[in-house]
Write a protein that binds this ligand. Structure first.
Ligand SMILES: Nc1ncnc2c1ncn2[C@@H]1O[C@H](COP(=O)(O)OP(=O)(O)OP(=O)(O)O)[C@@H](O)[C@H]1O
Ligand SMILES: [Mg+2]
Length: 363
């Protein structure tokens, strides 16, 4: 592949001692300065992929390259300390017997005493920990320890930083603050980062590009908006948000839904079985009898079963009569604060942009 990429996985498969394959045919190329997220459910192989990049696991099938050079391919195995990468893991332990400055300066032995001290001061300032140089880790909060761990990883100015769920031990507020700071520091250093997370919102916030993984495979790679707006399969669609799911068939190039027919992707023939996934926010709600929303499909009356206020939106459980006379239940998330009463009839139109039609999986 392209020698300008900082980190590459080519045809990587991986099995642990038990022989079970946990990674299948991973091909990724992470570009200079990019913040790249590995996203996926627990057990899908994110940490294993990161450990292969770090050199903590040997790559025996396929190869891993850093800056165009093979670092692991079954014959060569460059050890972690020779790869010039910074590592931050979820449970990154600071050295308890060293101060914050001692921890951060640990990997800077190549520098003279003065240069090392200056670098420690500079990087602690960047992560907002400049007042803590002489403190010992046990007096720091979890969030402060995370910042020191990040400073320690970044102090030698690595061009590649690998972070495994670096914010998962933090509460929501601290998490977003440290995430923001980390992004600023990474960008200001021009570092390339591979960040593991299982939180889609975090990945969308942090990443320039995301690889979404499932059962040891990469399902799709793209910018956050691409994955959200153009998911290639039901797994990717559902990973980003809950969905309403309907089974249907193609008629005249369209998939039937309780809200009306919607265009099926090219290549799905007449009568093909399909799976229709509709995001709750695709269902636009208006008063019964009102005109359909512009750009929407269908105008179907539905009965409100329950409605709940959730911060910036109202989440509704609705019931609509399907084309064959049965009742279908679905969820809608309507921005704003209009709460319909339970039992009230409302008008539903469908936003086709948030609706996805896939060939039904054979079971
Ligand atoms: N040392 C090991 N020996 C055997 N199997 C392992 C080992 N480490 C991980 N696995 C298995 O490999 C698969 C992938 O694990 P991995 O830790 O990479 O997942 P993950 O995506 O990081 O999950 P999580 O989000 O829970 O951290 C899992 O099935 C796991 O049980
Ligand atoms: Mg993991």
């Amino acid at each position: 592949m392209n020698g300008d990429n900082v980190l590459e996985f080519e045809y990587v498969h991986h099995a642990f001692e038990d022989g079970v394959m946990v990674l299948h045919d991973i091909n990724l190329a992470i570009r200079p300065g990019e913040i790249f997220c590995l996203l996926g459910p627990s057990g899908c192989g994110k940490t294993t992929t990161l450990r292969l990049a770090a050199g903590l696991e040997e790559c025996r099938y396929g190869r891993v390259l850093i800056n165009g050079k093979v670092v692991s391919d079954g014959r060569v195995h460059v050890p972690p300390e020779k790869r010039g990468v910074g590592l931050v893991f979820q449970d990154t332990a600071l050295f308890p017997h060293l101060t914050v400055a001692g921890n951060v300066g640990f990997g800077l032995s190549a520098l003279g005493e003065e240069a090392r001290r200056a670098r420690v001061v500079e990087i602690l300032r960047q992560v907002g920990m400049d007042g803590y140089a002489d403190a010992y880790p046990h007096v720091l909060s979890g969030g402060q320890q995370q910042r020191v761990a990040l400073a320690r990883a970044l102090a030698p100015d690595p061009k590649l930083v690998l972070l495994d769920e670096p914010f998962s031990g933090l509460d929501a507020q601290l998490r977003s603050m440290i995430r923001e700071e980390m992004l600023a520091v990474l960008k200001s250093q021009g570092a390339t980062a591979l960040v593991v997370t299982h939180d889609p919102e975090e990945a969308m916030y942090v990443a320039d590009r995301i690889a979404i993984m499932n059962l040891g495979r990469v399902e799709q790679v793209g910018r956050p908006g691409e994955l959200y707006c153009h998911p290639v399969n039901p797994f990717v669609t559902r990973f980003f948000s809950s969905t309403n799911r309907f089974s249907s068939r193609v008629t005249d190039g369209k998939a039937r839904t309780p809200f009306g027919p919607i265009p099926a992707p090219a290549g799905l023939g007449e009568d093909c079985k399909v799976e229709v996934l509709i995001r709750p926010e695709a269902l636009r709600i208006g008063p019964a009898g009102s005109a359909p929303r512009p750009g929407g499909i269908g105008a179907v009356e539905a009965r409100v079963v329950t409605a709940r206020m959730l911060r910036r939106a109202v989440f509704m459980h609705l019931c609509v009569g399907d084309f064959d006379g049965t009742h279908v239940h679905f969820h809608a998330r309507d921005p704003g604060h209009h709460m319909p009463a339970e039992g009230e009839m409302v008008m539903v139109t469908l936003d086709p942009e948030q609706t996805f039609v896939f060939k039904a999986q054979e079971t």
